[in-house]
Design a protein around this ligand. Structure first.
Ligand code: Z15
Length: 803
């Protein structure tokens, strides 16, 4: 039954009356948000229940995506879209003189992730439901999401993100599915009727309570579950937690999301978090398998269950499943190992050494004595198994425990049947460099799965005008079948369509300009080039290279050299403990201040660093971008996904040949992208030969010298210490990210951008080609490949959704 406008209005009145004793005229946006989201919940709840029953009846294999981060953003509009209600509800509200966008803005952003990795996990959830696979998310219900970023005097300050303050409208507490997770204590193995069984002494028991969030698939899709675990004192253990401090320690387990992206800190609390959600998730899977499915034969587990390990954070799942099988279900080791390997698969998201998790053996032994024993045994058997077959060097390099540390990536690889990278180049580097030894041992386990994005969110929700233009030109079916977006290329010579495209972009830029004015007080010209770099702040992503380009433009403008008008827009959070990243923020903010207030610049250049970049802000910025900055040091960005979102919205990419940028170039052709910079062989040559000498480059290139010197010669006010830090970094022989090596090539690419910008029609044509080819990065395609190659899933058969 499709919802009509009239029916919606009726339901809205009823909800407002029941919940708040308000009517549509008196209700606040946050009341309205609560009422509309309640209607949405009523809309999917019956199907959610039906799907769960169908799953159990059909006993189809299911995937459980284990991830320490999920970053869905807001859910109201996306749930409306997926239910097929978005248009009706928007119009019904408009009839009542209400604005859906304003109501939706009252929803706190569910920021239980840092960046690409968490956003990918959320996209996978949406896609599994939309493509019809039963996929479950397994993660942590952090009380505080990723910190809110503020700038004070140009410095980043972090504020807690208390997203649950107003209660979350999507989650359902499922106390009956609670399980117990054990930490610490001592373990003794005792013989129990011939089975060596652990006896625990003095361990602490924590109750894991799941909060389920419905994942509503698009149109006729499924309604799946994202299960997030919270930690509580078990009612039967109250006496063991007598003080408030004791209790708080339990609650603290799930209280904060570690704010580091691609950077590992060996904190005990983080290790606790990892084990907590892994153990809870696996226990609930086995409960379902043995009780709901009534299956006693655990050797068949791989026919029903796939567990995916998203980066190494959940890699303990391998040892924990072994523990549950061997200790609790009394499966012999070899059989259990066989089951485990078939169940587990692992995605690697980075080749950077500083992101590789290595846990201290002593720390792990104290916190998780039995898990440490099991990992030790896995490691021992791995070494024994290889002895004599490969050199001892290879064994030493690949074993799990080394120098008193547990190499989590090694555990993940050894215990899984599939290891994938997230873009073609990334997988190739894993195979030939970073994980070469493992690739030689297990070539069949390695495969590539290039990342994807939710086009539903980034086009249909974030850019409705462009979506309408696609409807008018290629018809509506691209909304169900992204392949059809390729037909948009047929309009390459269609002047009317090209004009419309540029009108839509201008419109989106006006909206962003208005937002920028509201947030910063700064007026920007919507006809300028909107040049966008949005992503975490990280040395390897090289916001610094953009900064040097800005300084060069500024110096040109001061010297009377003209450039097309440009607004550079940054969005980026730095990990609170990442000193260099924070220095970069300070210098960019001071540079922005200087340029935005310099009358000589005459509004030709503006630099806008928007605070608190998150999914919601991305939805405002990305549709308004002309230029997409994807300028990481080649080999360092595993894939990138903002590159895909920006492309889908018609931005032209300036790109190093890194990560998925290469595949974007393959898709659009080299004439439709501005590629530049060192290739991977040149990068590795610098590292191998220690031949990078940035000071020589700086001394021999007057333009570069002038831009770099601006950091230390007093040009930029109020940041001499930070400017000096950047300066020293750029000129050091061990500067790994090779910023100066790419400077000149980057300037050339930017000059080409300026040239192209002046050819309006060509620009629009390039933009059109980018939009058309973004179909290649539709996350549904990525998910189909995971489902087929790694998880071996079939689609659930359900009657067409009755919503
Ligand atoms: C993270 O966001 C990514 C990798 C990591 O190892 C961690 Cl800990 C966090 C990112 C990659 O940097 C990015 O290139 C990739 O697109 C994204 O994961 C999703 O695969």
């Amino acid at each position: 039954m499709q919802l009509t406008k009239e029916e919606f209005k009726k339901r809205l009145e009823r909800k407002l009356d029941n919940y708040f004793e308000e009517d549509v005229k008196s209700a606040s946006n946050s009341d309205l948000y609560a009422a509309v989201s309640a209607i949405v919940r009523d809309g999917y709840t019956p199907q959610w229940r039906r799907i769960r029953i169908a799953e159990t009846n059909q006993k189809q294999k299911q995937v459980y995506y284990f991830s320490i981060e999920f970053l869905p953003g807001t859910l109201l509009k996306s749930n409306l879209l997926n239910l097929g209600w978005l248009k009706t509800v928007r119009e019904a509200l408009a009839d009542l003189h209400l604005d859906l966008d304003k109501i939706a803005a009252a929803e706190p952003d569910m920021a239980l992730g840092n960046g690409g990795l968490g956003r990918l996990a959320a996209a996978f959830m949406d896609s599994l439901a939309s493509t019809g696979y039963t996929g479950n998310g397994n993660g942590i219900r952090y009380k505080y999401g990723l910190f809110k970023q503020k700038f004070v005097n140009g410095y980043q300050k972090e504020l807690p993100n208390d997203w649950l303050k107003k209660e979350d409208h999507w989650e359902v507490r499922r106390e009956s599915k609670s399980v117990l997770v054990r930490f610490g204590g001592k373990v003794n193995m005792v013989d129990d009727n011939g089975w060596m069984t652990p006896q625990y002494e003095g361990e602490r028991v924590v109750r894991a309570v799941p909060y389920d969030v419905a994942v509503v698939g698009y149109k006729d899709g499924l309604t799946n579950t994202l299960r997030l675990w919270d930690a509580e004192v078990p009612p039967e253990e109250e006496l063991n937690y007598p003080t408030i401090t004791d209790r708080r320690r339990v609650e603290d387990l799930t209280s904060i999301l570690y704010p580091d992206d691609s950077n590992y800190e060996g904190r005990l609390l983080r290790l606790k978090q990892e084990y907590f959600f892994v153990s809870a998730g696996l226990q609930s899977i086995l409960n379902y398998y043995t009780k709901d499915l009534d299956n006693k034969d655990l050797t068949k587990l791989p026919n029903y269950v796939a567990v995916h390990i998203n980066d190494t954070h959940p890699a303990m799942a391998i040892a924990e499943l072994m523990r549950l099988l061997v200790d609790e279900h009394r499966v012999d080791w070899d059989t259990a190992w066989n089951i485990t390997q078939k169940v587990m698969s692992y995605t690697n998201h980075t080749i950077m050494a500083e992101a590789m998790e290595k846990w201290d053996v002593n720390m792990m032994s104290q916190l998780l004595p039995r898990i440490m024993q099991i990992i030790t045994e896995i490691d021992r058997r791995f070494c024994v198994g290889l002895k004599g077959h490969v050199s001892d060097d290879v064994i030493e390099r690949t074993r799990i425990i080394k120098n008193g540390q547990v190499q989590m990536a090694h555990l993940a690889i050894i215990g899984s049947h599939s290891i994938n990278g997230v873009a073609a180049l990334h997988t190739q580097l894993l195979e030939t460099k970073v994980l070469k030894d493992f690739y030689n041992l297990y070539p069949d386990r390695f495969n590539n799965k290039t990342n994807g994005i939710t086009l539903r969110r980034w086009l249909q929700i974030a850019n409705p005008e462009l979506s309408d233009l696609l409807d008018e030109t290629i018809g509506k079916n691209w909304r169900n079948d992204s392949d059809e977006m390729l037909n948009f290329e047929k309009y390459y010579h269609d002047t009317k369509v090209l004009h419309k495209l540029s009108d839509i972009k201008l419109d989106n830029k006006k909206k962003l300009a208005k937002f920028i004015k509201e947030r910063t007080g700064i007026v920007v010209d919507p006809t300028a080039i909107f040049d966008v770099q949005v992503k975490r702040l990280h040395a390897y992503k090289r916001q610094t290279l953009k900064l040097l380009h800005i300084l060069k433009l500024y110096q040109d403008l001061k010297a009377g050299i003209d450039h097309p008008k440009r607004v550079v827009i940054f969005g980026a959070k730095a990990a609170p403990s990442y000193v260099f990243a924070k220095q970069v923020i300070k210098v960019i903010n001071e540079t922005a201040n200087m340029i935005n207030n310099d009358p000589d610049v005459n509004d030709k250049l503006k630099v806008i660093f928007l605070e608190d970049y998150d999914v919601s802000l991305a939805e405002r910025i990305i549709p308004a971008a002309d230029v997409s900055e994807q300028i990481s040091t080649t080999t360092k960005e595993a894939s990138g996904t903002s590159n895909m979102k920006l492309m889908a919205n018609g931005a032209l990419t300036v790109a190093t040949m890194d990560g998925a940028n290469i595949e974007i170039k393959d898709a659009v052709g080299e004439d439709n992208i501005f590629s530049f910079g060192l290739n991977k062989d040149q990068v590795y040559k610098y590292y191998a030969e220690h031949s990078y000498h940035p000071r020589e480059m700086y001394e021999n290139d007057a333009v570069m010298k002038k831009a770099v010197d601006a950091l230390i010669d007093g040009t930029i006010p109020n940041c001499s210490a930070e400017g000096q830090a950047l300066f020293n970094n750029f000129l050091g022989d061990n500067e790994q990210f090779l910023v100066l090596a790419d400077f000149e090539a980057y300037l050339r690419a930017q000059a080409k951008i300026e040239q192209t910008w002046k050819q309006k029609r060509l620009w629009e044509q390039m933009s059109l080609v980018n939009i058309a080819h973004s179909e290649r990065f539709d996350v549904d395609k990525t998910i189909e490949r995971y489902a087929e190659d790694i998880w071996h899933l079939k689609k659930l058969e359900v009657e067409k959704a009755d919503r």
